[in-house]
Ligand binder design. Structure first.
Ligand SMILES: *Cc1c(COP(=O)(O)O)cnc(C)c1O
Length: 386
């Protein structure tokens, strides 16, 4: 049996408020932005091209289940995840679409994979044999490595694998897929070399009568910059969350960010007086100042090595977070917000009154890029869907 921690039944019994109110912190996720981004993509693809939305890492931190339900309602063909937890979250929303499992779980998860009706990724004949030894009737996508040096059969070995899979009556080959290399040197020459390898694999498979129904190799970078690589299906992920690295590709799509707000509250406000003793040598900490504490820390995805220039919004004004970062708390200099009070909202990303903290600003402050910011979202922080 699979179990997932869920605090709701307890909360409902006690008649208490929602998770966000209980915790004081939350992420606001705009499902309409995600639907908009899907429609932007769909409008640029040929009608025959299927969309497998990649919702790995709990839907880029935005919640694989609710995001899958939103995309299913827009007509997405299928989904792809690496973790069984994400697959379970999607099925729990009642989404019964094709669901591809990227390399991740091993054969010990066979019962769960069968119960959820998942398609597994296979990169070698050994993997095929192992899966067949535990699953009688197996659906697979063959994964090919076009030069990323990660999972996937080499272009040289992939047709033997296809032949072995096709040879087995109890194995259904749904497709063949690849993920384009993100290693340097990047650029269109490298992309074209990988595209060339995929075309050669497909042509070889066709000659042997082994071409599977679906060929797929385009993630966000591919669909934005290389329309020729659409083949039969595409599996972008970041795109749905409004993240287009190095955008302005050959397909221009106005995307909207899925993550609207990261907010918490002031859990403490006080004047630093002399009864506290010697003020520690922490930049920004002074006797007489108005000192606050916010209800988020490095355990909630904020940087453990907090840089000195990170600001948050309190009462529509910018206030500086004071390193060091603690597990669930960080100090904040409220000198410019003298009217701040316990319980005030603190915005780390998004709008408050006339001030805005952008994704780019917070990503650079947290020492990452915008897609990395989505990767830092923590599953224990309540999500509010707009
Ligand atoms: C992560 C991943 C994707 C999606 O990549 P994005 O850059 O987020 O679009 C697609 N396919 C595979 C195999 C992946 O691992």
């Amino acid at each position: 049996m699979t179990t997932i921690a869920n605090s709701r039944p307890l909360l409902d019994q006690t008649g208490m408020c929602d998770d966000a109110t209980l915790r004081g912190s939350c992420y606001e996720i705009d499902l309409e932005a995600i639907r908009h981004n899907y429609r932007q993509l769909r409008a640029q693809l040929g009608g025959h091209v299927k969309v497998y939305a990649c919702l790995k890492r709990n839907g880029y931190g935005c919640g694989a289940g609710p995001v899958a339900a939103a995309l299913a309602s827009e007509g997405a063909y299928g989904f792809a995840v690496a973790s069984l937890m994400d697959a379970i979250a999607i099925r729990r929303e009642g989404v019964s679409h094709p669901l591809l499992l990227y390399p991740g779980p091993g054969i010990a998860a066979a019962r769960t994979i069968e119960a959820l009706g998942l398609t597994v990724s296979i990169s070698s004949i050994d993997e095929l044999r192992q899966w067949r030894s535990v699953i009688g009737s197996l659906s697979v996508f063959i994964k090919v490595d076009l030069g990323f040096f990660r999972a996937g059969a080499t272009p040289l070995s992939v047709c033997d694998l296809l032949a072995a899979a096709e040879d087995d009556q109890r194995v259904r080959v749904e497709g063949i897929y690849a993920h384009m290399s993100e290693l340097p040197p990047a650029g269109s020459q490298m992309a074209q070399a990988q595209y060339g390898r995929m075309r050669a694999v497909v042509m070889h498979a066709e000659r042997l009568g082994l071409r599977p129904p679906l060929v797929m190799m385009s993630s966000t970078n591919g669909v934005l910059n290389h329309p020729e690589m659409d083949f039969d299906a595409v599996d972008p992920g970041a795109l749905f969350f409004g993240v287009a690295e190095g955008s302005l590709g050959s397909r221009s799509m106005p995307l909207q960010p899925a993550l609207k707000t990261v907010r918490t509250r002031l859990v403490s406000v006080k004047r630093v007086d002399r009864s506290l003793g010697t003020v520690p040598e922490i930049a920004g900490l002074r006797r007489g100042m108005l000192l606050g504490v916010i209800g988020m820390g490095w355990g909630d995805g904020l940087p453990r090595q907090l840089p000195p220039n990170v600001t948050a919004l309190v009462r529509g004004r910018r206030a500086r977070l004071l390193p060091p970062s603690h597990l669930e708390h960080i100090r904040i200099d409220l000198s410019d917000v003298p009217d701040a009070r316990f319980g005030d909202e603190v915005v780390l990303l998004g709008k408050q009154a006339h001030q805005t903290i952008t994704h780019e600003e917070i990503a650079s402050q947290w020492g990452t890029d915008v897609v990395g910011l989505y990767g830092l979202l923590r599953d224990h922080i309540p999500k509010i869907y707009l």
